[in-house]
Write a protein that binds this ligand. Structure first.
Ligand SMILES: [Zn+2]
Length: 624
């Protein structure tokens, strides 16, 4: 096919598609487009395809209203009091694309974006690419599932960093475009945050029903009204630990009766509100720009900054995303930059005030492998297929995920350059001499580094799975898988259904295990993997939910929690209506008293460590 004939074919099929009479599948269409992109990247036809799809509009059965926004916890508390509710649900406010999925007689009829709240765009076909959105569900009644299509941060970093400015852009840009990339949507997660049905239930029942329908329910904390403020503060501090970008929290009234009573304005519902995280900004100067090579060979410019505090976190680097943006800013050493956190997690350069410093140049060769570079639109790419930075990134990912503190990029790079460290199992074969040989690393550093490495000789199964850096398998997914499987090796060879994990992710893990059997085998020789003990439904503690507070004197809390799970019980972080036992160690802090007060309020049995120990002893004998 000549370039001209490809262009003609694309325009012809695009036209048919716009008229709603496609003759070829989306996949075949994508192949045509990819072909043209490769052979004639500057073709004007590609620009025409860049426009968003002209989609069917879908009228929402129930409006997708926006949320009233607060910036201060106290205002949320006042709002809560006004509703008269005693139990609230707290969920993350994602920075993704909100979707409404409508199912009739168990079948997905459409997936629509929020649009203007009254009607949104029909994105059904593309949404179905996401492994978490099922075509069919086991519910005959008409239901609407609301949730957010997002890309987890680890997945973004692993697969698409350098190609899109951020995870949200990747999702939104590829969901609405016909020639959008299917691999992007396939790598997305869909977190369900509400279920609408004719006869409505209380919110906690709705969230549970989402899980029963095999959706991935949004992380939700249920708290009593008096504890809302405390929980929001705790969340605001820990939100960076989550594996996705969020820009606030959503607080919802639990009781359906009260939800109806407090009602709606034309703009927002009164039964839910949002607490937006503070959008602090900070100013500092650019010291230099380094270029990081991502797994797919794209070079990302990263500004090295004079360390500055932003929202309580020290920031010393910020991404400039790609060559296009780098050229736009044309940074010089000493330029003053304004940083902000957009979407919560990653610091973003908002503005640069150009000074008189030395101009920072675009590299001529790959900083990682010294191979030649090429420019593709806004992106700078390494031409070397075996560019070694991919291996280094894997090593760094291993060290970060398993918690080898002190193992910075410099030492990993140096050991890699010396040929002493090429794969993750290599960490465990390093001796003091290997490190002390390196420039700038003496006996002290070798001792610390080896100690840190030794610490990771045993790790929970989910940490191992995350640390392997498998595409599509982020922290959250790894946790779900680890809970469901006895050990990782056998997983490659058995068929398995993991709750809350789509088939394509399971396949991704299985393919990885089969392709990397050698590495896995070597790793399992050097590290001990602690299985996440599957709660045994038949176990002596089955159906019992434990919460711990205070320090235990005879065992670590993690050990106690592990034992509860082993004998069939469940462990939770906070006291809820579902809690059966609150195990109280030494009470020192106010937060521990809060748990205790809550337990008393809910009529939860409060037991001491000794009572807990004898319960365990009984469970052990029963189990033998
Ligand atoms: Zn390279």
């Amino acid at each position: 096919m000549t370039i001209k004939s490809i262009e003609k074919a694309i325009l012809y099929h695009q036209n048919l598609y716009d008229k709603g009479k496609p003759k070829i599948s989306d996949k075949q269409f994508d192949v045509l487009v990819a072909n043209l992109q490769r052979r004639s990247p500057d073709s004007p036809v590609l620009d025409q395809l860049g426009k968003p799809l002209r989609t069917e509009k879908i009228q929402h059965h129930t409006s997708m209203l926006s949320l009233q926004k607060f910036y201060v916890v106290a205002n949320v508390e006042t709002w809560g009091k006004k509703t008269g509710e005693t139990l609230f649900a707290i969920q993350p406010k994602y920075d993704g694309v909100a979707l409404s999925l409508r199912y009739e007689k168990g079948k997905l009829v459409h997936a629509a974006t929020r649009g203007d709240g009254e009607e949104g765009d029909d994105v059904t076909r593309r949404a179905l690419l996401c492994p978490d959105i099922p075509k069919r569900i086991k519910e005959r009644r008409s239901v609407e599932i609301r949730g957010e299509l997002i890309m987890q941060s680890t997945v973004f970093e692993d697969m698409f960093e350098g190609e899109f400015a951020n995870a949200r852009n990747a999702v939104a840009g590829n969901l609405m475009r016909r020639s959008g990339r299917t691999d992007v949507i396939k790598a997305c997660s869909f977190f369900a945050y509400d279920l609408l049905i004719k006869k409505m239930f209380d919110f906690d029942t709705r969230m549970k029903a989402l899980g029963d329908l095999k959706f991935m329910p949004t992380h939700t904390a249920f708290v009593v009204s008096t504890a809302v403020g405390e929980k929001l503060n705790a969340f605001s501090k820990s939100f960076r630990e989550f594996d996705y970008a969020m820009d606030g929290l959503v607080i919802k009234v639990c009781s359906y009766k009260i939800q109806e009573e407090v009602g709606y304005t034309s703009h927002h519902s009164r039964w839910a509100c949002a607490l937006k995280f503070r959008g602090d900004t900070a100013r500092t100067t650019i010291l230099d720009v380094t270029w990081q090579v991502s797994r797919n060979g794209t070079l990302t410019p990263v500004a090295e900054l004079d360390p500055v505090d932003l929202d309580g976190v020290t920031i010393s680097r910020a991404t400039l995303h790609h060559l296009g943006r780098f050229r736009m800013f044309a940074p010089r050493k000493g330029d003053v930059v304004t940083l902000a956190r957009r979407g919560g997690v990653i610091p973003h350069i908002e503005a640069i005030e150009t000074g008189k410093g030395k101009k920072i140049k675009v590299p001529k060769v790959c900083p990682s492998c010294e191979g030649s570079l090429r420019v593709e639109k806004d992106f700078l790419k390494c031409c070397e297929p075996e560019c070694d930075s991919a291996l280094i990134r894997k090593l760094r990912h291993w060290a970060n995920t398993t918690g080898m503190d002190c193992w910075g990029p410099e030492v990993i790079q140096a050991l890699y350059d010396a040929g002493d460290l090429t794969h993750p199992d290599g960490f465990y074969e390093l001796g003091h001499a290997d490190i002390e040989r390196l420039d700038g690393f003496g006996m002290d550093s070798s001792t610390t580094l080896i100690e840190e490495m030794e610490k990771t000789r045993s790790m929970p199964l989910d940490t191992l799975i995350t640390a392997l850096g498998i595409p599509l398998i982020g922290k959250t997914i790894a946790k779900r898988i680890a809970k469901a499987i006895p050990d990782i090796e056998s997983f490659g060879f058995v068929d398995m259904d993991v709750p809350g994990v789509g088939q394509s992710r399971i396949n991704a893990l299985r393919d990885w295990i089969i392709d990397h059997g050698d590495l896995l085998e070597r790793l399992l020789e050097v590290v001990d993997v602690i299985p996440i003990v599957r709660p045994d439904i038949e176990g002596p503690l089955a159906g019992k939910n434990f919460v711990f507070t205070g320090r235990l004197s005879d065992m670590e809390r993690s050990e106690a929690q592990h034992l509860v799970c082993k004998y069939g019980g469940d462990v939770a972080g906070g006291v809820t209506k579902a809690t059966n036992y609150l195990v109280v160690g030494d009470l020192a802090k106010d937060s521990q008293l809060t748990k205790r007060n809550k337990a008393e309020k809910y009529g939860v049995t409060i037991i001491s460590e000794t009572e807990f120990a004898s319960m365990l002893a009984e469970a052990m004998t029963e189990n033998e």
